[in-house]
Ligand binder design. Structure first.
Ligand code: SAM
Length: 292
């Protein structure tokens, strides 16, 4: 029997824990999957690791052996006492009982760096609560937090979209945002039988390595993401129609002229545009506004 399964069963029984569905509690009980997450994160002895949603601590246990310090952020109060007593012998653990979406991570990381100047990289590692996968990932990548990488288990369907290559049919608007800020890779898939209770979907571990410089240079990144979002809201339509419908292009003619300047076909759809294409389109659009 896997050690994680044995320990999870024991902790759930002795602490009378029932997985809370509303909090996305699916405990990982597969030793190899846990090791693969930790190995994928490539934790070094001077790393500060932030673990989101440690639950009963199966992943925490491995992280504590490898990292300089592990900060766990867990919303469920019931888990906090269990974690404290389970890891009482580790001096490199801090547990924060908070909602990750409300926590000021920038402040937390800068305080840790001030306290300990030996810290090298900050890495986020987690088996995420699936009901808030996207807001958590957006918070981690968009706010220039000084994180080196994010290694997380999420729903396979979402994972495949996040790590798709922009400009392919697997991509969505979110793919461009992830690609702009990070270099994404797939680590492995994890069957639903590897959890207690089993989630309804297959899971996937991905790694997002934060880029030192964004993937493209663009005059206004917010405008670019708005254009991408608008184009993808009507992804079956060609981009001229989609962007004219939402008022990005004043007229279809204006849209056709812009695409022509970029050397793109006038009937092209959003999913055929690379991030570089969207950046050049954004620059033309911003120039146009500035001229007026
Ligand atoms: N890491 C454990 C494991 O792999 O077995 C548990 C993972 S479980 C999928 C997700 C964990 O996130 C749960 O422990 C849950 O209580 C916690 N959680 C849910 N919402 C949260 C939030 N907003 N902030 C912090 N933790 C949260």
């Amino acid at each position: 029997m896997d050690k994680a399964l044995e320990e999870t069963k024991y902790l759930m029984k002795t602490n009378k824990i029932k997985a809370n569905k509303k909090l996305g509690q699916n405990f990982l009980i597969d030793d190899q999957a846990l090791q693969d997450i930790a190995n994928g994160a490539d934790i070094q002895e001077k790393d500060l690791v932030i673990e989101i949603g440690p639950g009963l601590g199966s992943l925490t246990k491995i992280l504590l052996e490898k990292a300089r310090k592990v900060i766990c952020v867990e919303l469920d109060k019931k888990m906090i006492n269990i974690l404290h007593s389970r890891f009482i012998m580790f001096s490199n653990l801090e547990i924060i009982n908070q909602d990750i979406l409300k926590l000021d991570l920038k402040d937390l990381i800068s305080q840790e760096r001030e306290k300990d100047n030996e810290i090298q990289n900050v890495k986020v590692v987690a088996n995420l609560p699936y009901y808030i996968t996207t807001p958590i990932i957006m918070k981690l990548i968009e706010n220039n937090l000084g994180i080196e990488s994010i290694t997380v288990m999420i729903q396979k369907e979402v994972a495949d979209r996040l790590i798709a290559i922009p400009g392919t049919k697997e991509a969505g608007a979110i793919t461009y945002t992830v690609y702009y800020y990070t270099e994404p890779t797939k680590i492995r898939e994890v069957e639903n039988s590897c959890f207690i209770p089993a989630p309804e979907v297959t899971s996937e571990v991905i790694k997002l390595k934060i880029r030192e410089c964004p993937a493209v240079q663009v005059k206004d990144v917010r405008v670019m993401f708005n254009i991408i979002k608008s184009a993808y809201m009507q992804r079956r339509k060609n981009i001229v129609n989609a962007l004219t419908n939402v008022g990005v292009f004043k007229t279809k003619e204006q849209g056709i002229q812009m695409l022509k300047k970029l050397g793109l076909r006038e009937d092209i759809r959003a999913e055929k545009l690379s991030i570089e294409d969207f950046a050049r389109l954004t620059d033309l659009f911003v120039n146009d506004i500035q001229k007026k």
